[in-house]
Design a protein. Sequence first.
Length: 531
Amino acid sequence: MIQNSKLTPLNLTVFLLMDNFNWIIRNYLIDEIQNISCNLGVKDYVAKLLNIRQIKNKDAAKIFFNPSISNLIDPFLMKSMYEAVERLSIAINQNEKIMIYGDYDVDGITSVAMTYMFINKFTDNIEFYIPDRNKEGYGISIESINYAKSNNVNLIIALDCGIKSCEEVSYAKAKKIDYIICDHHEQGKEIPDALAVLNPKRKDCNYPFKHLSGCGVGFKLIHAYCISNNLSFDLVREYFDLLAISVIADMVPLIDENRTFAFLGLLEINNSRNKPISYIIKSLNIENKVLSEDISYRIAPLLNSSGRLSSAEIGVKALLYDRKVNSYAIIKSLIDLNNQRKEIQKKTLSEADLALNSSKNSIIVFSEKWHKGIVGIIASNLVDKYNKPSIVLTQEKNNLVGSARTAKGINVLEILDKCSLFLTKYGGHKSAAGLSLTSDKLNKFKDLFEEEVGKVSNELTKDKQITIDLTLSIDEINDVLYRTTMRFAPFGLGNKAPVFCTNEINNFKLSLVGNNNIHLKGTVIGKFKSK
């Protein structure tokens, strides 16, 4: 009988034998695995896990297992960085009013908190601004520019948004307000006429790593400022905790620089108990070491709830190192908002289920009653349930607005490009996007979206796939396996937790435990080799 509580943090998932699951056992080239095993002096099963991640020599293994700041890329390799740092330096030295502007999701919230706190070290002439999801929508808003002008703001640093805000940036320029844009979304046909546009995905940008989060791009700006002004790296090292939350929550690949951010950030989170994030950890009753899963499923939804149901400024304030602010009171309000979000989400998902047409290749559902802050979660829920690209729309003034999420193998942004004739506004990633359209275009948009998804539906896997990395004997499932596997953490997109299976189980018993029976407790009885 296996009852090892130390294995719990691995999130060892139990996959029941179901008709709609397709099991794929990985095959390995014996010679390749033996070479890795011999070169690195590791066991075969470790060599196989390294092989999956294309780690085949000592140098690559050293970087993977021991991420350090020496692995960080020179921020000045990013297009427009010199111009951005020069303009920021002038603003600080001349005491110009600076406004930090960001999106209302976790990536935007962490970006704003980090950049605000860093620049606040050098000037008090600074404030931050998060747009209202319902009144202003995603991206740079005209309302924020008018606010900036009336409050004598000279420079706006936009984080996790702005790459497609050409009209808004031109409007600000006419009012003599400069913009530094720090974004990571796909660019449009034109680049905004800002003083500097930092985005590794710019077609004319040679920055070698293209998958930074919005907070990651913001970090590159403040790191470059330190380099330019001969300041200690310690001034930005303290923000690795926010970087970790950003890259894990925004589901950018946890490889290369992002792995360094997540790895060092989790160390910062677990070693520093005097920051606001420690209050959040305590309020969520996270008693053991904080893992990437805790950020994905507990910390990120908590922070996101502020922008979904109220003002994302609450989320920013919860992360500020401001002794004047009652962090406990702010976090309590976040918990209340998150509980409300769960109830609204449950009701909306049930209604969306009733509204969809399950015979189509895609899902598009609409109700004027649905909360705008919840539609993205509902779209993700529908993809998880039906394995189809899904769009959830609600009413906003004279427009329909919503979120798109996609199933594995289909680029939703490319499909929206082909449907852009019927859209007022859209943007995002290949896996997630936001959009708006007028109600009279809805039916034509539905038809075209369904048609375009149908053209690539062969990319979809009808059955959910489970890829088994290793088949183990039940004796091999022990503390050594746990400790070794955890060396590969943090886990997430691009570095998924290994999936193991064993054929040596005689009996498996599950029971529901915890508040509202939301957790599973299992007992495994297997065949052990005699000692």
